[in-house]
Ligand binder design. Structure first.
Ligand code: 76R
Length: 248
């Protein structure tokens, strides 16, 4: 058996994608719409207060294209908190006007491919900060789930640790060229959801997603061993942005 990569886990993640039932929304009584918006803004207020206390992080984006209208990305200490906040949203007035589009459950993950053997990663405050990341309020988000291939001769899980480490180093070097332009959060979802990882990227220039993902396609670990799910891309929703989006 090949050596198992060691992983460190941080906050649990829920990517909650919703579609808005625009017909129902436009036909709703103005008081119902106002109540729905007020409730949403007060939930967002609770989420930001929690983020200020470093007890979690939430990002709200409008999705471009027909796969969804909105995504709430929640990072929390426990799966219980994720379920509670999902339920809290489902009980709001706005939820009556939203249709679940997609969801993804995972946990922030760092692997030991790049760490020095023998060192204690948890002694490094940077590592700890990356396990519990406050999501940047970047203008754009990109999310997609992925697997490492297990097919015939292209089976990632049959490779030696050394071979995987070499490939992950090359992967990391490409990624580092995008430092300051793209922020990535890798969440592991083996045992939690239908793919093995969720890739969540943030950038102020959406083109950097395309450039980074394209460049990685030529790198062996992605070219040979990467299988990808659906891509979602979107724009930051500020409080004002939500008002504009929901105005009829
Ligand atoms: O943690 C580190 O910074 C060390 C290097 C590193 C690891 C171990 C790293 C760097 N990644 C790691 C792990 Mn990554 N990453 C992806 C994708 O579209 C594609 O082709 C792949 C999707 C992107 C865009 C991306 C970006 N990475 C992983 C893993 C877990 C693998 C495993 O354990 O087998 C996956 C699935 C994955 C996928 N990666 C970086 C980036 C970027 C931008 C970096 C540089 C980060 C930085 O230096 O801050």
């Amino acid at each position: 058996m090949s050596e198992v990569a060691q992983t460190l886990e941080g906050w649990y993640a829920l990517h909650d994608f919703r579609r808005i039932d625009w017909t129902a929304w436009k036909e709703a009584a103005p008081e119902a719409r106002r109540r729905a918006e007020d409730e949403l803004h007060s939930l967002i207020g609770e989420w930001s207060a929690l983020e200020e206390n470093r007890a979690g992080s939430t990002a709200v984006y409008a999705i471009v294209g027909q796969k969804a209208d909105l995504v709430f990305v929640h990072l929390r200490e426990t799966l219980e908190e994720l379920q509670q906040l999902e339920t809290a949203f489902n009980k709001t007035e706005l939820a009556r006007f939203t249709i679940p589009a997609y969801s993804y459950v995972s946990v922030v993950e760092l692997s030991n491919y790049m760490t020095q053997p023998g060192s204690d990663p948890m002694a490094n405050p940077e590592v700890v900060a990356r396990l519990k990341p406050i999501m940047p309020k970047a203008k754009h988000i990109c999310f997609y789930p992925m697997n490492k291939r297990r097919e015939g001769n292209d089976n990632w899980y049959m490779l030696s640790m050394d071979d995987r480490r070499t490939m992950m180093r090359s992967h990391g070097m490409i990624g580092r060229q995008y430092a300051g332009k793209v922020k990535q959060i890798i969440t592991g979802s083996v045992g939690f959801d239908d793919w093995e990882w969720g890739v969540t990227l943030f950038a102020d220039d959406a083109l950097q997603f395309k450039k980074l993902v394209y460049e990685m396609r030529f790198d062996e670990v992605s070219a040979r061993y990467g299988d990808f799910g659906d891509f979602y891309v979107g724009n930051l929703l500020t409080t004002d942005g939500i008002r504009t989006m929901l105005s009829v």
